[in-house]
Design a protein around this ligand. Structure first.
Ligand code: H2B
Length: 119
């Protein structure tokens, strides 16, 4: 077994979440709501999150609904929130909300994916 990752206290988590606007701490997880323009986009987002999670070998819980994806991260093996969660959250956020800017790409004209507020 690899060494158990150090876990963060609630106040340390709050501090770290300042770098991840839209993410919140609830029920032992750091979590984020994404809203989408519908089922096909939601499923694309699920795949994008799933891809980076597998590449990272760290896996979130996902709650999937028509126009909404909730991503919840904790480190099961450590029994809390670790750097793995913050680092994967950063990657997921960047992938989910990335849009081209300043170059040749126009970006999708669709509503696509946006950050949602908790609940
Ligand atoms: N994901 C999460 N969120 N927590 C874990 O403890 C965890 C994981 N463990 N993904 C990993 C996989 C472990 O089971 C494998 C063997 O690396």
């Amino acid at each position: 077994m690899p060494d158990k990752e150090p876990t963060y206290s609630a106040s340390q988590i709050a501090e770290r979440l300042r770098d991840l606007p839209g993410w919140y701490y609830e029920d032992g997880c750091i979590a984020r709501v994404y809203k989408t323009d519908g089922w096909p986009t939601t499923l694309m987002l699920v795949q994008a999150v799933g891809y980076v999670a597998e590449a990272a070998d760290h896996h979130p819980d996902l709650a999937v609904a028509w126009g909404r994806l909730v991503v919840k991260l904790s480190t099961h093996s450590a029994g809390g929130i670790t750097n793995k969660d913050f680092e994967l959250a950063r990657r997921i956020e960047d992938v989910a909300l990335w849009r081209p800017s300043g170059g040749a790409l126009t970006g999708t004209p669709n509503e696509f994916v946006r950050g949602g507020s908790p609940r």
